[in-house]
Design a protein around this ligand. Structure first.
Ligand code: SF4
Ligand code: FE
Length: 482
């Protein structure tokens, strides 16, 4: 059965990769204390897929090979698959309280599957079979794949071809009989470092004259010419300190990487789009749609943990019976379940593409993600409210452990009878971490910008809205002639 164990996954990513952090090259990134939590998170995906209780959500039967595969490598074959995807993402959010990084490649594959089919139908190309072959390898080896879309974009007022530096958007710079050479950079790469492979896509709809930017391909993440630069995030160096209490979520975490492609060769067999400008926008929209659906699962799972932390800290503070506290917890549930409703709704209204795979409803997926750009901020605000100001005043673990001042801290920061002061400190740090520390990137900033910033969803919502139909409804009722 092609399911890697967590240990096999860990061993498989131990390869030289051109990664920089704090101006220095990182050797053996899998041992780096800032990076390790992100690897633990991915290992959790592999772990849950091995456990009977979770197999229904975590695995699927491949329509390409008939084998049982990790759901993160599955091409959706039904509405039920779309729903299970969202449920799986909520589960993983609950188990890790952060971004688990594997959905981007998953969503890319599902978008490319139908777009390559439609490209071939129109242009008589052979991308679909090529992609299927590539993806069967992914499924049978249980590989983690990243999806790389966002270019650095240079001057936002200019088209790719008008940029002072043409590399502001990743593009083809040369080609020969064997393949192409590309140059450019992709940013906000959550999963790139911990993935075996990545699939690169264009970042926007393209026009005639921009053919060199209409490029999609698969690549091993440690290919020659690729440089990774680790993104700096709030409070990240707490992970370099010896104490774990100050970290908050000391087991799991996400990350963001800046990836530079400097004249990288791509062999023909790994190219899934080359110059088809008329399909670039469709690939971007389908990928974005799938990823906006994803947020109706993953952020809900993280929200579950944060709501749990807020409820628990209320107990530890002795405020749990106050009516306004109960009401705020209900509000948090209401917001979180609204996000989940959107994730489930856009999946339930999924439909079959001509290629045979299933896709979520585009309008509801965009409504889902638009809500995700807002509600986690409000859930986080309420969690901070319930935690109290102590999340900002709480001394460090070193102070708590100090012989001189440790007992004073314990004496004055102990709350209710039977509540261990250290557990309360852990919770406060956890809430701090998720709302304003390094994990707030996974919960808040990703909610804002991941799968496209809010305006990107508003554009899609306006395109899907069908105002003419709505105007006709009122005209019919009021006998207004056309
Ligand atoms: Fe998956 Fe959510 Fe992370 Fe995107 S932000 S990769 S959907 S966990
Ligand atoms: Fe994301």
């Amino acid at each position: 059965m092609p399911l890697k164990t967590p240990k096999e996954y860990l061993e498989s990513i131990k390869r030289p990769i051109n990664l920089y952090m704090f101006g220095e090259k990182v050797k053996e990134f899998w041992n780096h204390p800032i990076i390790k939590p992100s690897i633990n998170t991915v290992m959790k995906i592999y772990e849950l897929a091995q456990i009977d209780e979770y197999k229904e959500l975590m695995t699927a039967k491949s329509h390409l090979t008939g084998e049982t595969i990790n759901r993160f490598t599955h091409i959706h074959q039904s509405v039920d698959d779309l729903i299970k995807k969202v449920k799986m993402q909520r589960l993983l959010g609950q188990k890790t309280a952060c971004c688990f990084q594997r959905c981007v490649g998953f969503d890319t594959a599902n978008a490319l599957y139908s777009v390559t089919y439609e490209m071939d139908k129109k242009n008589n190309t052979n991308y679909h079979e090529r992609f299927k072959k590539y993806w069967i390898e992914v499924q049978t080896q249980d590989l983690m794949v990243d999806g790389a879309m966002t270019d650095t974009k240079g001057d936002r007022s200019k088209r790719p071809k008008d940029q002072p530096d043409p590399d502001a958007f990743l593009h083809i710079v040369d080609e020969n009989d064997e393949g192409i050479i590309v140059r450019g950079a992709k940013v906000h790469q959550t999963g790139f470092l911990n993935s075996h492979r990545a699939i690169v896509m264009p970042t926007l709809s393209l026009r005639p004259g921009e053919e060199e930017y209409a490029v999609s391909f698969g690549i091993d993440t440690n290919t020659d010419g690729i440089t990774l630069i680790y993104g700096r995030q709030s409070c990240d160096t707490r992970k370099l300190e010896n104490e774990k209490l100050d970290i908050g979520n000391f087991k799991y975490g996400g990350q963001e990487i800046f990836v530079v492609f400097n004249n990288v060769f791509i062999p023909n067999e790994n190219i899934f789009m080359k110059g088809e400008i008329e399909f670039a926008g469709e690939l971007v929209n389908r990928f974005a749609g799938f990823h906006r659906q994803s947020y109706g699962g993953c952020k809900v799972g993280v929200g579950d943990v944060l709501i749990g932390a807020a409820a628990l800290i209320s107990e530890y503070n002795g405020t749990q019976n106050a009516s306004h506290i109960k009401d705020k917890l209900v509000e948090m549930i209401h917001l979180n379940e609204t996000l989940y409703s959107c994730g489930i709704a856009c999946s339930s209204l999924g439909f079959q593409r001509e290629a045979g795979n299933y896709e979520m409803d585009m309008l509801l997926a965009n409504v889902c993600k638009q809500n995700v750009t807002r509600f986690p901020y409000e859930i986080g605000r309420l969690a901070e409210d319930l935690a109290g100001g102590m999340i900002c005043t709480m001394p460090s673990e070193a102070d708590i452990n100090s012989k001189e001042i440790g007992p004073l801290i314990e004496k004055y920061l102990t709350t209710c009878e039977g509540i261990c002061a250290e557990d309360r400190f852990k919770l406060l740090r956890f809430i701090e971490n998720l709302t304003m520390g390094v994990a707030s990137v996974s919960y808040r900033t990703e909610s804002m910008h991941g799968a496209g910033s809010p305006q990107a969803q508003r554009i899609m919502i306006s395109r899907q809205a069908n105002f003419e139909e709505k105007k006709k409804f009122v005209k019919d009722i009021l006998d207004i002639e056309e």
